[in-house]
Design a binder for this molecule. Sequence first.
Ligand SMILES: [Zn+2]
Length: 118
Amino acid sequence: MQTYKGSCHCGAIQFSFEGEPITKGMRCNCSFCSKRGIVVSPYPVPEAQFHINAKEGALSLYQFGKKKAKHYFCRICGIHTFTESPRMLGHCRVNLGCVEGVDTFAMDIELFDGKHLL
Ligand SMILES: [Zn+2]
């Protein structure tokens, strides 16, 4: 297990989690992810291993469609930080672009067919 630290762009939302070493990322082709173009963690992190430290009022929630997924973002800088997985409640997929020491431009990317599966 490894500890990872992350934050939004302005730093109002800080988070950390413990998980397996991240060697690849995942992209999803659903209507929301394709517009954001982000790379997320290859595994969902259980809430018990996910720690959030946010300035009051910074953490905001966006939901659409069936409203199963909870997409959290920073109200100040607008960066999406993590999503509570619609298929695994209590688990978060993390925006790897927000995670220190992870280079999303230098990793293998797996595709998730969210367009048809979500
Ligand atoms: Zn921010």
